[in-house]
Ligand binder design. Structure first.
Ligand SMILES: [Zn+2]
Length: 520
């Protein structure tokens, strides 16, 4: 929308008569665009748009019943929260104090949430370290540029944001930094008075319901700390609340902490495209997955580790997911034995799993199983030594030729083992035979890895988070975790602390700017 209600109220016939033709044309174009947007919104409901059910106006909700528990929960959290700071009484500029109209008159009210008021109550007010003024830059009426004319501008509203300074070299440690934001109304020679408004960003449709907005109690640096505490240090919302209160003297509601995490994820969501590209461009990719509970069903947390990027998804364990991510990928794919990867031609298998299974069999009570396990183990260990040696200097003959008799003997042993009545002997023999090419690919390319450690190491951190958090409750919650995990791990992989990047990403995207590229 180009024109705020405040601007619209000022525009009347007399004002229109006073404008030059060019200004009038510009204003008509803005009014027309707003009118079309208003009509579109009027005809939009949860049935024909990406608006979640909870974005319905209260009177649209059937009998006040929410569509799902998750919405109710999110709404309740938002209502209890102090996510949107309450407007503070605007301190007017030098001139015309009488014209500064604060949105509310806090003096006569008790602090905190008023009965029946929207969920913006908070009680803590800090002495501000700085004041930030926001002036309108163009006249909403005639379209002329407006100078930030401090002498004539009047503050009409404002709020207090609590931020955290990460780069304050003068004061080591975590420093809270409180900023009083003031929004100004500036008169134009044409007679129109334009108000600066808080910026907002566009959120991708898979994160429907999350808003990127500058009008926030939690500043971008503090938001980055909350992300660090939740995802890197794996603290629950309640523990984060405890830390902020006891460590920094800052009282935040669980709802605010929750929404801050969601907003941070919406801020970095556009980075996914860059990460997918890095994965596709990579010459070698490690893939792995682990179970991930979402509400009442089990999904999988997938990881794809490339040389310079790590990408996570929470999704089903179907073939489609792998195909979607790997569509166009032409490099080597290292994975476990899961069937979803079987169709992929340039595949590698992790030897650590096979060696573990062979060692298990070698210690079996069954004589036949013990002999087979020992055979596989000895062969794999000999071949592994050959691969390590080949990395030091190219062998005179390539490894598959050099070790052809050893491979033929193992193959014969597997073919015998396939018919074994011993279940684990049979299983390992079948696994080796079915995946023979992928397993021994590394002999032709000794520079390729023997294990899938890169992917397993990446997942380990999130497996602990899953154990502590018991997964996620909604699809949006799962996407929030996967996006933030991707950005955090990619930054770390590239040798950067993710928090400064997140701080900037949140600030930019709240202001409606594009997301900066990930640190290289
Ligand atoms: Zn004007």
């Amino acid at each position: 929308m180009h024109l705020s209600p405040h601007s619209l109220r000022q525009i009347d016939d007399a004002y229109l008569q006073s404008l030059e033709v060019e200004a009038l044309r510009g204003l008509s174009a803005r009014l027309l665009a707003d009118l079309k947007e208003a009509w579109d919104r009027l005809n939009q409901g949860p049935e024909n748009s990406s608006r979640p059910p909870s974005s319905r106006a209260p009177w649209e909700r059937p009998g006040g019943v929410r569509e799902s528990d998750a919405d109710a929960e999110a709404d309740a959290e938002a209502a209890d929260g102090d996510l949107e700071p309450a407007p503070v009484e605007a301190k007017p500029a030098e001139a015309k104090p009488a014209e500064a109209k604060p949105a509310q008159t806090p003096a006569a009210r008790k602090p905190g949430k008023q009965p029946g008021a929207p969920g913006i109550g908070r009680t803590q007010v800090f002495p501000a370290n700085a004041e930030q003024a926001h002036y309108p830059d163009t006249c909403a009426g005639c379209g002329r540029p407006l100078a930030p004319a401090v002498a004539v501008a009047v503050a009409y509203t404002g709020f207090q944001a609590v931020d955290l300074r990460w780069d304050d070299s003068a004061r080591p440690g975590l420093t809270l930094w409180v900023v009083d934001h003031r929004y100004y109304e500036t008169p134009c020679p044409c007679g129109h008075r334009t108000r600066a408004v808080a910026g907002h960003g566009v959120v991708d449709s898979l994160l429907a319901g999350i808003e990127l907005n500058e009008w926030r109690l939690v500043g971008p640096g503090l938001a980055a700390l909350i992300v660090a505490l939740a995802l890197r240090f794996r603290l629950s919302r309640a523990r984060i609340q405890e830390f902020l209160a006891e460590g920094l003297g800052l009282d935040l509601s669980i709802g605010t902490i929750h929404q801050t995490l969601h907003e941070a994820s919406a801020a970095v969501a556009p980075a996914e495209e860059e990460l997918v590209q890095a994965v596709l461009d990579s010459a070698l990719l490690h893939a792995d997955e682990t179970s991930w509970p979402e509400h009442d069903h089990t999904l999988w947390l997938w990881v794809f580790v490339a040389a310079t990027a790590t990408l996570y998804y929470v999704a089903g364990r179907g073939k489609e997911r792998v195909e979607n991510v790997l569509d166009g990928f032409t490099g080597w794919l290292m994975s476990d034995g899961w069937g979803s990867y079987r169709h992929y031609p340039r595949r590698l298998r992790c030897w650590a799993h096979l060696i573990r299974k062979a060692r298990g069999l070698a210690q079996s009570g069954d004589r036949e199983a013990r002999a087979f396990g020992q055979w596989v183990l000895t062969t794999l260990e000999a071949l592994m030594a050959a691969v390590y040696a080949a990395r030091e200097g190219p062998p005179p003959v390539d490894l598959p030729t050099q070790h052809a008799p050893l491979l033929a003997a193992l193959r014969a042993a597997c073919e015998r083992g396939q018919g074994s009545v011993h279940q684990k002997t049979h299983a390992l023999a079948v696994e080796l035979l079915n995946d023979w090419e992928a397993i021994f690919q590394v002999l032709s390319h000794p520079e390729l890895p023997l294990t899938n450690n890169a992917a397993e190491r990446a997942l380990r951190h999130w497996v602990i988070l899953r154990k502590l958090s018991l997964g996620t409750r909604t699809a949006v919650g799962s996407r929030v975790v996967a996006l933030l995990a991707s950005v955090i791990d990619t930054c770390r992989q590239r040798g950067h602390a993710p928090w400064r990047y997140l701080e900037r990403a949140i600030a930019d995207r709240r202001a409606g700017l594009p997301l900066a590229p990930l640190p290289q």
